[in-house]
Write a protein that binds this ligand. Structure first.
Ligand SMILES: [Fe+2]
Length: 266
């Protein structure tokens, strides 16, 4: 897909198969067999003492107070009014497979309204999701997530961002779908980004999970999910978006909108 390498390397290292546009209109670029780049310098995982497992003795723990060193782009989340059409396009066109579906409480028979999808690399385990799509009144980017070494790197990196005008949107916690340790931030332009570590890796063999969508169901532990993270802060622009979505020919209707609002507060 048309996501550049974190260091801005061109995608010309693989075969360019062409430019594509998915049903909601997000442009992409398909690249086959992109070459492997040398690994970025990364923070070393800490040696942890865990109860009776004493891995570090006669040595202190001094995690560096430094910005998180990004290992790679992990996933992107998009919101769309054409959720099922978009999902089927990614499954049919790029051969992606579903890790988890979320549905609205009481509306499971109408199908899912969110899907976490992964690349199909057969028996090779891959990220639980490279892309997540959810139904909503908006259209576009929600957040992108960058892998860092571990929990200490997430926390120290967060302090660095806070000192430089970034605002924490939600975190630190551990997700349910994908299991990642997460920390969400908004940059000074309000773009949301996520630092994550320790996510699930699935091969092709696992079947999709199904769960009801709820705000409290987004994390195993962590602070309560914020309205900022959910994009639920009321504003004239948000209201216009909802009205436009309900009037248009798309998958959002009053019952689904009510279901989404209920999910955000449950
Ligand atoms: Fe995420």
């Amino acid at each position: 897909m048309g996501v550049g390498h974190p260091r801005g390397e061109p995608e010309s290292r693989g075969d360019q198969l062409g430019r594509v546009v998915d049903p909601p209109g997000f442009p992409g670029r398909v690249v086959h067999c992109a070459g492997q780049l040398p690994a970025l310098p990364e923070q070393q995982p800490l040696i942890l003492n865990t109860g009776t497992r004493r891995h570090r003795t006669n040595a202190t723990q001094r995690p560096p107070r430094e910005p998180s060193r990004i290992q790679r782009l992990g996933h992107v989340v998009l919101e769309t009014r054409a959720f099922l059409r978009a999902l089927n396009w990614y499954l049919d066109t790029l051969g992606m497979i579903v890790s988890d579906f979320l549905f609205l409480d009481g509306q499971r028979d109408r199908g899912p309204t969110m899907a976490f999808i992964r690349c199909d690399q057969g028996s090779t385990p891959v990220d639980h999701h490279t892309l997540a799509l959810h139904l909503g009144p908006g259209t576009g980017y929600v957040h992108s997530a960058y892998q860092v070494t571990d929990l200490d790197s997430i926390a120290a990196g967060g302090e660095y961002l806070a000192e430089r005008g970034y605002r924490r949107s939600w975190g630190i916690g551990r997700h349910i779908q994908g299991s990642q340790l997460f920390d969400y931030w908004r940059d000074p332009d309000r773009f949301m980004l996520e630092h994550f570590a320790d996510g699930d890796l699935f091969s092709r063999d696992l079947e999709p999970g199904w769960a009801p969508m709820s705000a409290s169901g987004l994390a195993q532990w962590g602070p309560p999910v914020t309205r900022d993270f959910l994009g639920a802060n009321p504003s004239p622009a948000k209201l216009r978006e909802v009205v436009t979505a309900l009037r248009g020919d798309n998958e959002l209707d009053p019952a689904r909108l009510l279901g989404l609002m209920k999910a955000m507060s449950s």
